[in-house]
Design a protein around this ligand. Sequence first.
Ligand code: Z5A
Length: 216
Amino acid sequence: MTGTMAGTMKGKFITVEGTEGVGKTTNIQRIAGWLDERGITYISTREPGGTALGEKIRDLLLDKGNISMVASAELLLMFAARAQHLEEKIIPALAAGTWVLCDRFTDATYAYQGFGRGLNLEHIKGLEALVQGDLHPDFTLILDIDPALGMSRVRARGELDRFESEELAFFDRVRAGYRERVNGNPSRYCLVDASAPLAIVQAHIVGALNTFVGEG
Ligand code: Z5A
């Protein structure tokens, strides 16, 4: 458990979120470039995953063979991977002044397991407090897209994993969940229209990052 550590962190914690095919991977590369341009030391990581144990848990979560996995097991596996990731990688980096750029974090749990699967948001909040204490991302980019468009990009890429095999209504609920997170705490989030051409999406992202560090 992390306890109350957020105030002692010297690095910044940036997360990137969105539904399938929204362009997280592509845009994380742009954010990494922005950090490089400023000479900021950072690590780039992902959830579920980021550690040896977390990557094994990721394999379980994405494996289409695990069709019988119940929603509460899925939720607990997400937080098991997160607990390991925080203690082993994220907290030591932030404490040392290294920024952390993370592909998905707890907003995804609220959106997918809470809004998508319909699990109780208070239970998620309890697990969040247990695993994270008061540590939360400093800045979260939410890439927003009509799930039908996102899925057409993903299908063009090849075989679908356990999440990508869900029906569109599931991703509509996930998208609504992300939007509700933004409405609940607008200062931490930047919602970007990810259906626009990549150059426009990336200009929006760079502008938001500049504002985050007080250069905007
Ligand atoms: N999950 C969860 O349920 N709960 C949790 O707490 C967490 C996660 C942490 C794995 O995540 C799964 O875990 C995820 C939610 C769940 N569900 N799934 N699947 P993941 O992040 O690894 O998986 P993903 O969402 O499928 O990410 P991805 O495969 O890396 O997709 P992406 O990063 O968003 O997309 P991309 O590869 O950057 O872009 C897709 C394509 O679109 C690609 O060909 C790009 O060139 C193209 N693209 C990107 N931007 C544009 C624009 N603007 N125009 C046109 N084309 C574009």
